[in-house]
Design a protein around this ligand. Structure first.
Ligand code: BG6
Length: 467
């Protein structure tokens, strides 16, 4: 079996990670600007200079037969303060980008929020503050109205759980808070409410096209086959996966989900009591969404853990340094025989297959899935214009193989996007963690196809992987 003829092969990007021009052309601030500066770290400026280089990147898409691109709109490029006055230069920029996409036969799949709430709203509590939900809904509606002739495929949010855990549990995203599980839960809930409001605005506005949300879904397996580890894996799954999947497909939370979430909130001095009126909105939206975007990079093997919270983020690519231990939940373990990237991400394609089949079984109302991100962070070396990233080709090939199997086993998967199209800025890891099919020389901004770009073109042309 090959991939279906209409299967979409794309490449993914995100505004802050590639555009550059973060504080010019009328763009408002995002929390990252100060957060990174305060730590003396490099920022998203100029990143891959997509603000100027987009014709080059889209031309490369055309040449390498990549017919779809994920782009995110930077909310603060349109509304510098998150609400209120509009920055026409920002509005026009995305018109130019979308037109260039169509000129090159590349379909834009557009995300409205990719980790970059405008700073004014972030300072007022980000998605812990319900005002942000309203501001987001107004921004989404503006985008549908403005771009509906150019954009047919929308995603409301990129990765609700990673935003919340990185902001409030791991502390790697602004505001850099650690171990506040109740805040992470509330912020996820409000993002899902904001998602629902955007879906309703889209559907009730009668815009052409389709809409969904993207979740990062990492399968959680028990480290050992015993009751304690099974429970630990279950709890982490509910917090990271099932909570947002329930919200997406059911528009409410099952008793099983609520019981675990409330226990975790209580263990950390909090509570979780969603407003029934909000759940009614979420329920309505759940019946209307067209697809789920699933980002998948790794799986986790969880051992039960009752010690103190202890998280360390390997942001430099120094193998074996990652730690993730949450009191009353579990500890993520390395596992013999399972390879990792230099940043300690477990390479386990079976986890992608298992997650897709789980969604099919647990949420039979799902209509379609796109793999909206998959790829490998790697320390690419550039030698005489040649970038041999064979491990990345191998990683992509393994994942496409299980994806093909999932389709053969009845899952409705419509597309796959490599993260990332070209090298971009990595939020918590800077510029030496590269993911692109195209190498970016961040000084000259020149692009060079890596081996993986040629590999991907071959897959696209054959509609098949290497067996
Ligand atoms: C996803 C995000 O979580 O993972 C991307 O949507 C991100 O924005 C990607 O860059 C890879 O993560 P990282 O931390 O390795 O750059």
């Amino acid at each position: 079996m090959k991939f279906p003829n209409d299967f979409v092969f794309g490449g993914a990007t995100a505004a802050y990670q590639c555009e550059g021009e973060t504080r010019t052309h009328g763009k408002g601030k995002v929390a990252w600007d100060d957060f990174l500066a305060a730590q003396g770290r490099l920022s998203g400026d100029p990143a891959s200079d997509f603000y100027h280089q987009y014709p080059v990147d889209l031309d490369l898409c055309r040449k390498f037969h990549i017919k779809a691109i994920r782009i995110s709109i930077a909310w603060s490029r349109i509304f510098p303060e998150g609400t209120g006055s509009i920055n026409q230069e920002g509005v026009d920029f995305y018109h130019r980008v979308f037109q260039e996409c169509h000129k090159n036969g590349v379909e834009p799949y557009v995300t409205l929020h990719h980790f970059d709430t405008p700073d004014t709203l972030h300072k007022a509590g980000d998605f812990l503050n319900k005002d942000t939900v309203e501001a987001y809904a107004a921004y989404a509606k503006f985008c549908f109205e403005e771009y509906h002739q150019e954009v047919k495929y929308w995603f409301t949010f990129n990765e609700v759980w990673p935003v919340a855990t990185n902001q409030y549990i791991e502390g790697t995203f602004p505001p850099g808070i650690k171990y506040d599980i109740p805040k992470a839960i509330l912020s996820m809930h409000y993002m899902m409410l904001a998602h629902a409001k955007a879906v309703l605005a889209f559907k009730e506005g009668g815009y052409p096209g389709q809409i969904g949300v993207i979740h990062s879904l990492e399968t959680k397996y028990p480290y050992e086959d015993n009751e304690e580890d099974r429970l630990a894996a279950k709890k982490e799954d509910i917090l990271a996966n099932q909570f947002v999947l329930d919200a997406t497909f059911l528009g409410t939370y099952t008793d099983e989900t609520l019981a675990v979430i409330r226990d975790l909130a209580a263990l950390n001095g909090g509570d979780f009591n969603p407003d029934p009126a909000d759940l009614a909105i979420m329920k309505k939206a759940a019946s209307m969404i067209d697809y789920l975007g699933m980002n998948h990079y790794q799986s986790h093997f969880i051992k039960s853990y009752d010690g103190e919270n202890d998280i360390f983020h390997n942001g430099t690519g120094e193998k074996g340094t990652n730690r993730f231990r949450l009191k009353g939940i579990g500890e993520r373990m390395f596992k013999e025989g399972i390879e990792t990237t230099d940043w300690d991400w477990l390479i386990y394609p079976q986890g992608m297959y298992d997650m897709i089949m789980r969604i099919k079984k647990q949420y039979p109302m799902y209509k379609a899935i796109y793999i909206t991100e998959n790829g490998m962070g790697y320390k690419d070396t550039f030698e005489d214009g040649f970038i041999d990233d064979t491990p990345r080709c191998d990683y992509i090939n393994k994942h496409l193989k299980v994806l093909k199997q999932a389709i053969a086993d009845g899952a409705h998967v419509k597309g796959y996007f490599v993260w990332s199209l070209m090298d971009v800025f990595s939020w918590s890891n800077g510029y030496n963690k590269r993911y692109g099919l195209f190498y970016v020389d961040f000084e000259t901004q020149k692009r060079y196809p890596k081996c993986s770009a040629y590999y991907y073109k071959m897959v696209i042309d054959r509609k098949d992987v290497i067996e």
